[in-house]
Design a protein around this ligand. Structure first.
Ligand SMILES: Cc1cc2nc3c(=O)[nH]c(=O)nc-3n(C[C@H](O)[C@H](O)[C@H](O)COP(=O)(O)O)c2cc1C
Length: 190
């Protein structure tokens, strides 16, 4: 490698480092994306989940194509979204722990299989089952567009955010018992 090439590589590394610093300023809601069925299940912590459109209801999440969840989502064309609450920081750590793989990430925690068959985490602020509408592969990641099959909304509000390299609670749970648990069946969510 010539000196000029080396300079370019170093410049690219520096820009990447600065980009990471810039993005650390952006607070992101923490969710766990779940995928697979039977014993072949996994999940991963993400902050890239966002709403794409309300009519029709579509969301998107950017997933590294090397992550174990990506191949399961691609194969089954289904995934689960679990929006974490402020008391679920441990789940966020568990589902981004490279030492735990696949089903191990679900051991000792409370989860169930949704109507479409994807694993969903109990006590999330909201869970959503999604069908993959499209996967746009760009660079290291796949932008996964999901259409809603059904969702479940908890009474609780206090959320979990990742900002500046740390988890931050948004503690805003008031008495929302008057809000009934709302569950939209498969056919209505389309
Ligand atoms: C707070 C936080 C947010 C993350 N957000 C994303 C994300 O949006 N997309 C992504 O591909 N990885 C994200 N990751 C990394 C994945 O959680 C991690 O690489 C994944 O668990 C690896 O899965 P695997 O070991 O099953 O391959 C995030 C990690 C943390 C701690």
């Amino acid at each position: 490698m010539s000196k000029a090439d080396l300079h370019l590589v170093n410049a690219a590394d520096e820009i990447e480092r600065q980009f990471r610093s810039v993005m650390r300023r952006l607070a992101g809601g923490v969710s766990v994306i779940t995928a697979g069925r039977g014993d072949d299940i996994t999940g991963m912590t993400v902050t890239s989940l966002t709403s794409l459109s309300a009519a029709p209801p579509r969301l998107l999440v950017s997933i590294n194509r090397q992550a174990s969840s990506f191949s399961l989502i691609d194969r089954h064309r289904l995934f689960g979204v679990n929006i974490l609450g402020s008391d679920q920081q441990e789940l966020a750590a568990r589902f981004s722990n490279g030492k735990l793989k696949g089903k191990q990430r679900f051991e000792g925690i409370s989860w169930f299989s949704g109507t479409a068959g994807v694993p969903l985490l109990d006590n999330s602020l909201a869970t959503i089952e999604c069908q993959v509408e499209e996967i746009i592969e760009r660079h290291s990641h796949g932008i996964v567009v999901g259409s809603l099959l059904g969702f479940d909304l908890s009474h609780r509000l206090s959320g979990l955010v990742y900002w500046n390299g740390q988890y931050v609670d948004i503690d805003d749970d008031s008495d929302l018992n008057e809000l009934a648990n709302c569950s939209v069946p498969f056919a209505h969510a389309r």
